[in-house]
Design a binder for this molecule. Structure first.
Ligand code: NAP
Length: 279
């Protein structure tokens, strides 16, 4: 019997996960299908119970339900529990278990640009949900320094205090981040700044950038934010958010099926969907 997979969010129309996963199920001859469901917060518990009752194979969870879903699951793994957010749920013999593949997805994509995090000086700009997943994933990789710059400093300090892994971190303002930019080997932009439609904004100017620094922006619409354009023009290596999106999906697919899928195929598929609306 065909297995059901899904993504829950509100809104959900923009999600590129259905096209990506439907294509993979068909490509690997797996008798399964994947649907987007718009679920209001007050209906989330019922939606999870319904999916469990009908034997869902698994599902993704997106904004705004990544944290709120946790009490409705049968369990979560250690990383997802530390992050406090789930983006992938697997039906393991009738138990719905939550995982977070956002941070590991970012890390896998990053390896194409920076093979090793250990010993590197890293700065994350932003302290929201995505930053939290990336911070806690990178903290396990033993960077020399893992600092956070955020508009709201208390949120950055809160994230640092919540981290169960030993890592040297401090929180700083955007002004300090701009001044100390040359100290870092890797800078990861995770705020909403520069996202379509406000594409002519960036969190900090890059006057002090060294061209050996790798600059990432986890936004993928537009594919090249103004932040990345400035970094590229200054000679730095740049990475947009497409790899993180594709790898988080690949890791979810692997958890559901045991198959680590063809990344290039997924990337092309997402790029096709982004065609015509990249800015
Ligand atoms: P979030 O939890 O709402 O966090 C937003 C972050 O942006 C916070 O650090 C917030 O600072 C900062 N921010 C927002 N507006 C700002 C402004 N005007 N000035 C300064 N700082 C501002 O959002 P999220 O879920 O982490 O998502 C963040 C971005 O990551 C989005 O663009 C999203 O599309 C992208 N993302 C990409 C992927 C991927 O797979 N590539 C996955 C997840 C998310 P405060 O703390 O001061 O409010």
């Amino acid at each position: 019997m065909k297995k059901l997979f899904a993504v829950l969010g509100d809104p959900i129309g923009h999600s590129m996960s259905p096209v990506m996963h439907k294509d993979l199920f068909s490509f690997y001859n797996i008798d399964a299908d994947y649907f987007p469901f718009q679920v209001k917060e007050e209906d989330l518990h019922d939606a999870v119970k319904g999916l469990k009752a009908i034997g869902v194979g698994g599902f993704n969870v997106t904004v705004p339900h990544k944290s709120k879903i946790i009490p409705f699951l049968d369990g979560v793994d250690e990383l997802a529990a530390n992050i406090g957010a789930v983006n992938t749920v697997v039906n393991e013999n009738g138990q719905l278990i939550g995982y977070n593949t956002d941070g590991p997805g970012f890390l896998q994509g990053l390896y194409n640009y920076l093979p090793k995090i250990a010993g590197q000086k890293v700065m994350i700009i932003g302290a929201g949900g995505a930053a939290r997943a990336i911070y806690l994933t990178l903290a396990k990789e033993k960077p020399l320094v893992l600092d956070i710059a955020n508009r709201t400093l208390e949120k950055a300090w809160g994230l640092i205090k919540d981290c169960p892994y030993a890592v040297s971190s401090r929180a700083c303002s955007f002004d300090e981040a701009r001044e100390t930019l040359a100290d870092y080997d890797l800078v990861i932009q995770t705020t909403l700044i520069g996202m379509s439609p406000k594409i002519y904004e960036q969190p900090i100017p890059l006057n002090n950038l060294r061209k050996q620094t790798v600059i990432c922006d986890i936004i993928y619409n537009p594919l090249e934010t103004q932040f990345l354009t400035e970094a590229r023009l200054k000679g730095a290596s740049i990475q947009n958010g497409l790899d993180m999106f594709v790898y988080q999906g690949a890791l979810a697919f692997e958890k559901w099926t045991g198959i680590f899928p063809d990344i290039l195929r997924m990337r092309d598929n997402v790029l096709k969907q982004l065609g015509g609306r990249t800015c």
